[in-house]
Design a protein around this ligand. Sequence first.
Ligand code: CTP
Ligand SMILES: C[C@](O)(CO)[C@H](O)COP(=O)(O)O
Length: 256
Amino acid sequence: MSDTPKPRFAVILVAAGRSERFADANYKKPFAPLCDRAVWLHSAERFMERDDVCQVVVVIAEEDREDFQRRFGPNLAFMSVEVCVGGANRGDSVRAGLAKLTDGATHVAVHDAARPCVADKEIDAVFAAASRDGAAILAARVADTIKRAKAPADGGKPSIEETVPRDGLWAAQTPQVFCRKLLERAHEAAGEGETDDAQLIERLGEPVTLVEGSPMNLKITKRMDLKLAELILKARPPKDPAGGFANPFAGDDMWR
Ligand SMILES: Nc1ccn([C@@H]2O[C@H](COP(=O)(O)OP(=O)(O)OP(=O)(O)O)[C@@H](O)[C@H]2O)c(=O)n1
Ligand SMILES: C[C@](O)(CO)[C@H](O)COP(=O)(O)O
């Protein structure tokens, strides 16, 4: 019988960005409606129902706090989701979430609230990898040929500078999952420009395992991504219904 304590995961759901590329007059992307619920709620629900998750903290912008509380406050209490205010860049928001964590977590998962289509099986895999290796992220192998654009002259149309060798290129996703002490140590040495947490771990010279995810774990960045996310969620088979009748997709891991 192993006496190694089971890993306990705290989840930091970052939702404090400015949504500039989403460019919607009514909503920032984490709060936009998607299949009758806010984007961030879809992301939160992937973690809240897990037995190995001990805490979920959603990180929002100061300017959104009042509206967020008004719209979601009643739900938050029974969802056992905590809220804190993020900062000017993504790393500030992650550090605000770290400061909110209680003692129970051995590992921390940082997830973009703007990635509502992550599948349970993908979370299982990246959680297991991080428990084994100390740091792991979901990522998708780059399938397209990658071009680097020339810096266009003002108003000039973009054109190709070079083709970037594709071998070994992966597109990072989230959740990005780390041994808590390692992530806290990495953020003590953080700069300004990091666009993900794995970069901080790499800077320490520590390995980060790549766990192959799906392109369906897309990050909602522009408005058209919302439509894609809707198609993905609607195509996802419901969990085995209470009635227990056979689910035609039950064996199809791609969706779960
Ligand atoms: N200071 C920031 C910046 C980003 N994020 C979060 O990190 C995730 C990924 O960031 P991104 O897609 O870049 O969101 P925005 O920064 O809002 O997008 P934009 O660059 O278009 O403004 C999002 O859930 C976003 O809310 C955050 O919590 N705090
Ligand atoms: C963390 C991330 O989703 C991995 O691809 C990405 O770096 C977030 O970048 P953004 O500019 O904050 O969307």
